[in-house]
Design a binder for this molecule. Structure first.
Ligand SMILES: *[C@@H]1O[C@H](CO)[C@@H](O)[C@H](O)[C@H]1NC(C)=O
Ligand SMILES: *[C@@H]1O[C@H](CO)[C@@H](O)[C@H](O)[C@H]1NC(C)=O
Length: 370
């Protein structure tokens, strides 16, 4: 056979043609795996733009370094953690589930269900009014699967979900925007901190099991970062730039129990479904030694006002640093794109100080052989 004819018939055999109504959807079989994202503002790609909520990042200077230089709803100057993971697995960035552009073939890339302000608990983030709580995110995931089934058939849809990579980032807001939000908060009167953590973990267990029931088979679960070291907490609680002790204590209790939960679930299921990522350690590396990572500061946010630029929100009238790449924190709570890149790098290749039981490059290698 002529080389070119052979090559093009090979190419055709790599395509599945699906006829749906009058549309023909061409799905290259060898395309990157789908990617699904659940969680809070660290991973929201813009769902809150479609909601009546105060938790939003849809105005300048958010997105100032994004390819379009426009605010997209991401809580970053540029890309956020899921965008960089998408880049690393060779996919398009995930679209927010509420975006009207997420339709047809684009559904096959995956979807982002995350919503800024939410937590493990339903009462976390009530001050933001209308946000997509985690149980609703999981309902949307079910609805998504029905839509994909209609597009490519139930069996293919199931396979797409089983083979996908999933990211879930929860917990920070249960401390920052619930337990520690105000002195004598309802949750802090109800629970001592160690008991609150045990309660959070028991609720998180149900969420992770539900994800498994819905077909997720590779789920990256991030712990909380060093909550006491973000500029917003330094502004309120720090004399000389030292991290706020009570929030650091919360992370120190929560993260090891999350690792334990992940190990327990994997051993009950009998397979490596959940992979825990130690966001505390990967953030602490550049927070405690910013110069080694090319940052001039890890205490002052690029965008904000007041002490450490940590008071209030990042708005069009805030202070704005000229070079975002030398700031670890973009706004009072969220890392800059460059810091996000460092964090994702530890997810990809970190050893077991960061990743348990294995890193993402190992997972991708394993999954490429099946
Ligand atoms: C949170 O809300 C959902 C939906 O209303 C409900 O199914 C779930 O049980 C609630 N979780 C808790 C811990 O109350
Ligand atoms: C993580 O990834 C690197 C590079 O791919 C690999 O050499 C290393 O062994 C992995 N570490 C663990 C603990 O899986």
């Amino acid at each position: 056979m002529d080389q070119r004819v052979f090559a093009s018939s090979m190419f055709l055999s790599l395509l599945i043609l699906i006829v749906w109504n009058n549309n023909i959807v061409v799905v290259p079989q060898a395309e990157a795996r789908a990617f699904f994202v659940f969680g809070d503002s660290l991973v929201d790609n813009g769902n809150n733009n479609y909601l009546l909520t105060t938790a939003r990042a849809d105005a300048y200077p958010y997105g100032i370094d994004y390819p379009t230089h426009r605010a997209t709803g991401r809580f970053s100057n540029g890309l956020n953690i899921p965008d960089i993971i998408s880049e690393r697995i060779g996919s398009e960035p995930t679209l927010p589930y509420l975006s009207p552009a997420l339709d047809g073939e684009r559904l096959l890339v995956g979807a982002n269900f995350a919503s800024a302000g939410i937590g493990i608990l339903n009462d976390t983030g009530i001050q933001f009014i209308n946000i997509i709580r985690i149980s609703r995110q999981l309902q949307f995931f079910e609805q998504y699967q029905q839509r994909v089934s209609a597009l490519i058939g139930a069996e293919q849809a199931q396979r797409l979900v089983n083979q996908a990579l999933v990211l879930i980032t929860l917990g920070g807001n249960d401390f920052v925007n619930n337990y520690f939000l105000v002195p004598f908060s309802a949750r802090s009167r109800q629970f001592a901190l160690p008991d609150y953590v045990v309660y959070l973990i028991s609720e998180y267990r149900k969420i992770l099991l539900r994800l498994y029931e819905l077909g997720a088979r590779r789920v990256l679960v991030t712990g909380t970062g060093p909550l006491g070291c973000v500029p917003a907490e330094l502004a309120q609680h720090s004399r000389n730039g030292e991290c706020a002790a009570d929030l650091q204590q919360a992370s120190a209790l929560f993260n090891p129990q999350l690792v334990q939960l992940v190990n327990q679930l994997n051993s009950e299921i009998g397979s490596v479904i959940f992979i825990s990522a130690n966001a505390f350690e990967s953030n602490m590396d550049f927070i405690s030694n910013p110069q080694a990572y090319g940052f001039i500061t890890s205490k002052v946010a690029c965008c904000g006002q007041g002490r450490f630029n940590g008071i209030g929100l990042c708005t069009p009238v805030s202070n704005l640093c000229p070079n975002r790449a030398v700031y670890a924190f973009w706004d009072p709570f969220h890392p800059s794109e460059r810091a996000n890149r460092i964090i994702v790098e530890t997810f990809m290749i970190g050893d077991n100080k960061y990743m348990n039981p294995m890193n993402l490059s190992t997972i991708m290698h394993l999954d490429s052989r099946t």
